[in-house]
Write a protein that binds this ligand. Sequence first.
Ligand SMILES: C[S@@+](CC[C@H](N)C(=O)[O-])C[C@H]1O[C@@H](n2cnc3c(N)ncnc32)[C@H](O)[C@@H]1O
Length: 229
Amino acid sequence: MTESIAFEEINKYIGENEAGLRQYVSLLIKANELARLTGPSDEETLWNGHIIDCAFALPLLPERGCVIDVGTGGGLPGLVWAICRPELRVTLLDSITRKCAQVERIAALMGLRNVEVVCSRSEDYAKKNLEKFDAAAARAVCAAGILAEYLAPFVKTKGKLIAFKGPKAQEELAAVGNKWKTLGLSQPRLVSYELDEMSRCFVVWNKVGPLPKGMPRRPGMAEKFPWYR
Ligand SMILES: C[S@@+](CC[C@H](N)C(=O)[O-])C[C@H]1O[C@@H](n2cnc3c(N)ncnc32)[C@H](O)[C@@H]1O
């Protein structure tokens, strides 16, 4: 792993947007009481473990354009990005209606005009939104190989796929080997960062070619029949 992101690189985003990010945390705590959106939901855990974690990806995002957060749950990372990068249009996608309703409410209460919430399985939404986004990302959704199948259809050629990953990243990538080209993707690169003394990373692919015929597949097929096996 050669690349890394230091806390200093994201500190300015956090400093400039602290009021908005703190407001999001307090709305998320309230929303958690109505619909379980995240795990532990005290202010410190949300700030340190979720907000800062999501902010670490900010330097990887495109200068402008639109990005999609697949499996956004309570709006992570998409709402953090929408707050810190108001010039980006951010689509927050999740298949669970009660989560989407809460995220929509939070975005409305915060007056975020650059956010769209979509309640759908990613495979269904991808069919109608092929190659519409400059970047697609996901945090805590599924293993890298399966995730790449979810994200790749959304991304324009030369766009980016970003996956938040922990210590299992190398193992998940090894399961796919060097077959990424099949999905129209570059070989992945790993970008490391440190949070709470834990080593984490982003897996980043570039979209370099077309999707194979038959993709995106029906909901559920990606997990049942991994494309790389
Ligand atoms: C563990 S949660 C993570 C939520 C958030 N990204 C975070 O970091 O807190 C995973 C979310 O992905 C959603 N999800 C998983 N597969 C999906 C799919 N194929 N299409 C849409 N949403 C999906 C689930 O509904 C769930 O809300």
